[in-house]
Write a protein that binds this ligand. Structure first.
Ligand code: AHG
Ligand code: MN
Ligand code: MN
Length: 355
């Protein structure tokens, strides 16, 4: 241990004593997997890990070599310890059964092994997201055990592989960030009790989908873009990294709102992001840091899942902005909304009929 600093191991052992070391042991294995992935990604093009495979995952997305390698890295770091009843991930159609030779435990680990994987080929930040539930007793998990609302998560976190590698974790008592010291291999607590500012003037959304959004989201974004000339009366800034981990990390550090809303591009999809291994863990981290996470119509942590790879709309970040977007959905649904009118078409508009 570095004197005067808290390592991730010390933090999780001290904060999980009631689980008799099981949850702490599992989190330490997750951290070991993250260090392996961090080293793998840091080699970049030198290692030959990049590129696509011919396989697709259950969601029809072409798998990258790194999607599969990072998935296996987490499975093999976490399967042996006797804490788990099973695992599920973005890259596996069905839950993973713990191999016969290992003992079973009470916990379920659900993860997105490589989030933002389209960014791995272009050397932009990517991440790993994970969610942990507990079952009443040890034993092999059944499919239905995974379909629990996010409010029942006992821990959630992500790793971000950026200029530095960090792990951000919640055990239900605040959100805490640890930075990897590459010289000695320890994660060190550097961001204790992170708080998301309640207000923000920065929004993140993929605007190429604008014409497919629902009216309440179009209204919100139009108002932000109108800046000082619109009803918000202030200019906004925008960001889109296309790695949810990197967007959530930025929001935890300096505030902001992230939206991947429902759109009608493919009406069979309720959203882009997945409930169990993207939205739930991020919602718990954001709420534990004082922010909010919603579908626009419901708190994400209260959504009852109906399938492992279920998608949903995600709107999260600074509390007051998320609540505003929720209000716009409510006003739209109840027919009381007042859609934004561009100043170009208002009283002083260039295009207004002068007669
Ligand atoms: P993944 O790489 O695990 O499939 O997740 C990518 C997600 C998320 O990280 C990001 O916010 C979003 O997809 C980007 O989507 P677009 O390419 O539509 O912008
Ligand atoms: Mn993802
Ligand atoms: Mn992924």
């Amino acid at each position: 241990m570095q004197f005067g600093r808290t390592t991730l191991s010390k933090f999780v052992i001290e904060n999980t004593r009631s689980s008799h070391g099981e949850l702490g042991g599992l989190l330490i294995d997750v951290a070991a997997a993250v260090k392996t992935i961090s080293a793998m990604l840091a080699k970049g093009a030198l290692a030959g890990y990049h590129g696509a495979l011919e396989s697709t995952n259950i969601q029809g997305e072409v798998q990258k070599k790194l999607d599969v390698l990072t998935n296996e890295t987490i499975l093999h770091h976490c399967e042996w310890g006797g804490q788990l009843a099973g695992m599920a991930s973005e890259e596996m159609d069905d839950p993973y059964r713990i191999p016969e030779e290992y003992p079973r435990g009470r916990y379920l680990l659900i993860f997105d092994p490589l989030d933002g994987s389209s960014n791995s080929d272009v050397n932009v930040s990517v991440g790993t997201i994970f969610s942990i539930f507990s079952r009443p007793a040890a034993g092999d998990a059944q499919a239905a055990d995974y379909l629990r609302p996010g409010s029942e998560q006992v821990a959630a976190g992500y790793a971000i592989y950026g200029p530095s590698t960090m792990m951000v974790l919640t055990l239900g008592d605040g959100t805490h960030g640890f930075t990897l010291d590459r010289e000695n291999g320890n994660f060190i607590l550097t961001h204790g009790n992170i708080r998301v500012p309640e207000d923000t003037r920065e929004f993140a959304i993929n605007t190429s989908n604008e014409r497919f959004w629902e009216p309440p989201v179009q209204r919100y974004v139009s108002e932000c873009k109108a800046g000082k000339t619109g009803i918000r009366g202030e200019d906004f800034n925008t960001r889109w990294i296309a790695s949810m981990v990197a967007e959530v990390h930025r929001i935890l550090i300096r505030g902001g709102i992230f939206m991947y809303p429902k759109d009608n591009k493919d009406p069979s999809k309720a959203g882009r992001l997945r409930l169990l291994y993207e939205a739930n863990p991020m919602a718990m981290l954001i709420e534990q840091a004082g922010g909010a996470a919603s579908t626009g119509r419901q708190r994400i942590l209260e959504v009852a899942p109906d399938s492992l790879h279920q998608r949903l709309p995600v709107i999260l970040g600074s509390k007051n902005e998320v609540e505003r977007v929720e209000r716009y959905h409510h006003e739209y649904d109840s027919g009381t909304d007042q859609p934004f009118v561009s100043p170009l078409f208002s009283d002083r508009s260039l295009f207004r009929d002068q007669a």
